[in-house]
Design a protein around this ligand. Structure first.
Ligand code: DOR
Ligand code: ZN
Length: 439
């Protein structure tokens, strides 16, 4: 088998930066030591090698929405952003709530150049037979409220039943926590408004913390492995911190959205800053950063939710919610490391190690001999502006356009294959990390 060697690298290993070579044999890391020789030697002088990032929350659309995103373009955007594994959400059109649709999506996902896992959507009619689904998915998704798509389970008793059902599978239940009753009440108060803050006001912070309370109660009572996604408010984070102290099997993530954007951005960005949960206050944003620092937030995902420029330019009120993010997560966070707002250790923990641990990905999430060679080489000194023309995502825009960021992914390896190199993308067959051999 031919041997690749990453020469003269500085690699993030065991929580520190080490000068070393890394050899790759087939799909795995063979050796980590100095002075290695190989058939193909790749000069990594001046680059830092990190474990490939894992994004546990993307929407790669496809099916009837392939004009917004598909697996071909979404996975390339991920590779450009240093992400080597993505977990794809369930609110497709039609939603992934049956075994048959799940298998159909598996066929589409074969276009992916990065590794992937798929979620299964919990609905009122499919809670009885999740054991059959479990081996094929990274986790189960519970929508406690209405958002993009038709999928939802708003009845608190059924929500609890879904936790019980997922508990039996041993897989994580990933929860979009906003309380529909509070959303309905707020919506009716603000329904006549057409200004840019109307949408954010009709999805108040209390809706998130109330739903988080119920999810925590369900987690406690059922023992299900619970993960709360895209957490955005101080109040919810306080609840999560306390629940963790009580030993509940609970983790959560936030996204760069809630680290970088607030209600103040709505005025200039309009629907390009419209999402669910909505952008919050500066105080919430500060709590999010603080919670990342103190391990209350375990994971940074992206909720890459692409919609077209045309849809976003339309009437603010009817424009769909969601923003792209999969290719911008590492550039934003590397820039934050350069500004001492985040340590490299926390970046690796939240984007690589913790996602691998929580979702039980064996041999990924850290650089170790014998692990899969999912790697990203970054240049911490490269400064570049975020430009619309350079976006690989099919939706063709980024909420971070115009920002000048220092620190960018340069080379991305998936299972030992170079898939991204200095702006160029290469073909690859990403792996479904949750596929079981057919019996
Ligand atoms: O803003 C959002 N967009 N929030 C969601 O929960 C769904 C997502 C989408 O799929 O567009
Ligand atoms: Zn989402």
């Amino acid at each position: 088998m031919s041997m690749k060697v990453l020469k003269d690298a500085t690699a993030f290993i065991d929580n520190e930066l080490k000068k070393t070579d890394i050899s790759i044999e087939g799909e795995k890391i063979a050796k980590i030591e100095k002075n290695l020789r190989g058939d193909e030697e790749i000069d990594c002088t001046g680059l830092i090698i990190l474990p490939g990032a894992i994004d546990i929350h993307v929407h790669f659309r496809d099916f009837k929405e392939s004009h917004k995103e598909d697996w071909f373009r979404g996975s390339r955007a991920a590779a450009k952003g240093g992400t080597t594994t993505v977990f794809d959400m369930v609110n497709n059109n039609p939603p992934i709530t049956t075994y048959k649709r799940l298998m159909k999506k598996k066929k589409l996902a074969k276009k992916s150049i990065v590794n992937y896992g798929l979620y299964f959507g919990l609905g009122p009619d499919n809670l009885d037979n999740l054991e059959k689904i479990a081996p094929h998915v990274c986790g189960f998704k519970l929508h406690m409220c209405k958002t993009t798509g038709e999928l939802l389970l708003t009845d608190p008793a059924l929500q609890k039943k879904s936790f019980e059902a997922v508990k039996k599978t041993g897989k994580p239940i990933v929860v979009h926590a906003e309380d529909q009753k509070i959303l309905d009440a707020a919506e009716s108060i603000h329904k006549e408004r057409c200004d840019y803050l109307a949408h954010a006001d009709s999805r108040p912070r209390l809706a998130e913390s109330r739903a988080v309370d119920h999810a925590i109660a369900c987690a406690k009572e059922t023992g299900a492995k619970t993960h709360l996604t895209h957490i955005s408010t101080t109040l919810a984070l306080t609840r999560i911190r306390k629940a963790k102290q009580r030993g509940i099997d609970l983790t959560c993530d936030t996204t760069p959205t809630y680290m970088y954007l607030t209600r103040d951005n709505l005025k200039n960005m309009g629907a390009f800053c419209k999402m669910n949960p909505p952008v919050r206050t500066k105080q919430d944003l500060e709590s999010v950063w603080e919670s990342i620092k103190y391990n209350i937030i375990d994971i940074i995902s992206t909720d890459h939710a692409p919609h077209t420029i045309k849809e976003k330019e339309n009437n603010f009120k009817t424009a769909p919610s969601g923003i792209p993010g999969v290719e911008m997560r590492l550039p934003l966070l590397l820039d934050a490391v350069n500004k001492n707002m985040l340590t490299l250790e926390t970046l690796v923990k939240t984007c690589c190690t913790n996602p691998a641990k929580r979702f039980n990905l064996k041999g990924r999430g850290e650089i170790k001999e014998g692990n899969y060679a999912d790697l990203v080489a970054v240049n911490m000194d490269l400064r570049k502006e975020v430009r619309r023309e350079e976006q690989v995502t099919k939706c063709g825009w980024s909420p971070y356009e115009g920002m000048s960021l220092k620190g960018w992914p340069i080379k991305t390896f998936v299972n030992g294959n170079l898939v991204y190199n200095f702006g160029k993308l290469y073909p690859n067959q990403g792996k479904d990390l949750f596929e079981q051999p057919e019996k």
